[in-house]
Design a protein around this ligand. Sequence first.
Ligand code: ADP
Ligand code: MG
Length: 706
Amino acid sequence: MAIENAAGFTIEDLIVKWEGFFDEYGYRAKITNTADVYPEEKSLFVDFEEMDRYNTELAEYLLDHPNTVIYAAKKAMKNVFPTGEDIVLHFRIKNLPKDTAVEIRKLRSKHLGKFLAIEGLVRKATEVRPKLTDALFRCMRCNAVIKEKQEGTRFKEPLECYKDHGGCGRAIGSTKFELLSERSLFVDVQKIEIQESPEGLRGGAQPQRLTAWVEDDISGIMSPGDRVVLNGTLRNVQKRESGGFRAKSTLFDIFLDTNSIELKEYAFEDVKITPEEEKEIREAALSKDLFVNLIGSISPAIYGMNVEKEALALQLFGGVPKHMPDGTRIRGDIHLLLVGDPGTAKSQLLSYISQLAPRGIYASGKASSAAGLTAAAVKDEFGEGRWTLEAGALVLADMGVACIDELDKMSPQDRSSMHEAMEQQRISIAKAGIQATLQSRCSVLGAANPRFGRFDEHRYISEQIDLPPALLSRFDLIFPIIDKPSDKDADMADHILRGHLVGEMREVSEEGIDMKLEKEEKDLIASYEPAFTPQFFRKYIAYAKRINPVMEKEAMEAIKDYYLSIRKMGEAEGSSIPITPRQLEAFVRLSEASARARLSKEITLDDAGRAIRIVREYLKRVAGEAGGFDIDILMTGTSKSQREQMIILRDIIQELTDRDGSADIKDIIDESSKKEISEGNVQTWVNRWSRDGEIYESSRGRYRFA
Ligand code: ADP
Ligand code: MG
């Protein structure tokens, strides 16, 4: 009854109610069973929804007065199953209704002392260590052993040798106490930091964090990167002022006293899709413009870059992760790298994708958190002397997309740990007492600037990508984005300027100014809107990701033929291996993603064709050298054929110089053409060596080594 609720419950009321609940919902047996197997199991877990069904007032009262209600529940448990002092069962409540969840950024003082459900990503977790709960002390004067309960983190000594514990009654001034740590009672505790999950964060806001304490049987369960719901009571502790004296401050820090943990299953299952939405998704998939629409749903404000956008769309769908019969796992995630001149919208694309992708995280390679991009074990203030395991971007983006800007600026430590994180998709940490393996099953979208800040036309693109070959080889696709004046400039300028105009018009109409938009203007605004709204796109992706397509024979043949043809092309030129098996895997992943995008269970020739077209574009731009592909340039800096050319050309110049004092460019070109080196290549090399100061122009058109 509502009146009863308004008046509040007495402890006795609550105990009676709990006993009734235990009876009605079969918890009696559970309590008995748990006590029987104690200490293997130490907790009784109660479903909030059942409680709510049993008595809504009680359930609501719990949310407002968790301490009292849980205290009463423990009493009721003792009544149901009387146990001695040495068995203390925990009472834990799970499955709180969605509407009681509070976002971390919305926590306020009114929430203090309330029972809350808080969802987030585990960012930090300390080692599990004992905490003193029931301290036993020996009185140095009379030898009596007395008990002092410990609360919080401040160590509490007895004020006197309590007479009612059989002591002598002397106060602390006239006796001393010795802590009997062997006989005292400890409980395992762990300190956790969670941060808001990326879904809740739109518009690139910094995620907020909350500290939580977990005790006893629920400690040590969570790892950094886990997605959890923590149910518990919000409490506060008084801060100490900074500075040497560390006086108490009037400011308080909040933390969650965790009652129970729910680990959330990952994947896209938690995106709810209604039957109507499913119908909409299926219809969208049938459209002949599907891929146009997908591309048009990625950062429409950015002009062009359609191949990149198509690749990004495929990355969002991803390939199929596979577990081989020999126990190995092959990743399905597609890793993409954009290397480009400054101001080519790389950062903008990354930030768009991080907001669009389910579980997208945006981070910068030069961000300086201890965890960096992967993870780290650190001993800092948070751990209060203990080791803390801290998750970086790739762990926090587990099952999502990690968008890493300024990848070329990452720390040396990250450079080495990225390899494992990207290929095995886990990160192993072994440091001090911490041995852990964290999952990083995410796709990586990286952006980097070229080695000298900007691409130099006179050098091969592949040697201007400033990342170690081992790391580069983990990217399925690498797109150089070169900013050079072109005939598309006018179009791009129009697009950007009109984009600003659209933005201005939208601002004005949001201010409530009644703007009569002409049809033309409305069309203009519409043309900057994504084909699929981000909400719909996310659902589409979630739906498509549930499909695990299988490759048809023709598709497999097509990929094999293409792969072999470019390997042959390399052979014919006498160059080193032109394309590696890693690219073969890239074809497969991209084809799988393409089939998923079409919601197809079969990977058809069309899907393989799409993958081939995108890989061909990438190879042409990165490794393409006079029509041939030489991935070796990318991975080592110079290809075999380049090295050979270089040696031959140097010999020619040297010979001509020996004969004539310096080498005439016409003679160099003539001699080179006999050795099948084109005039264009000669010019490139000569320009490059001149820039590098290796050769110089001694008189017009004549060169010699410096
Ligand atoms: P980067 O990270 O590559 O240095 P940014 O993402 O910071 O570049 O982009 C710089 C600015 O240039 C942004 O405001 C972006 O909108 C604009 N810009 C660059 N290229 C394009 C493009 N192709 N279409 C629209 N805007 C662009
Ligand atoms: Mg940038």
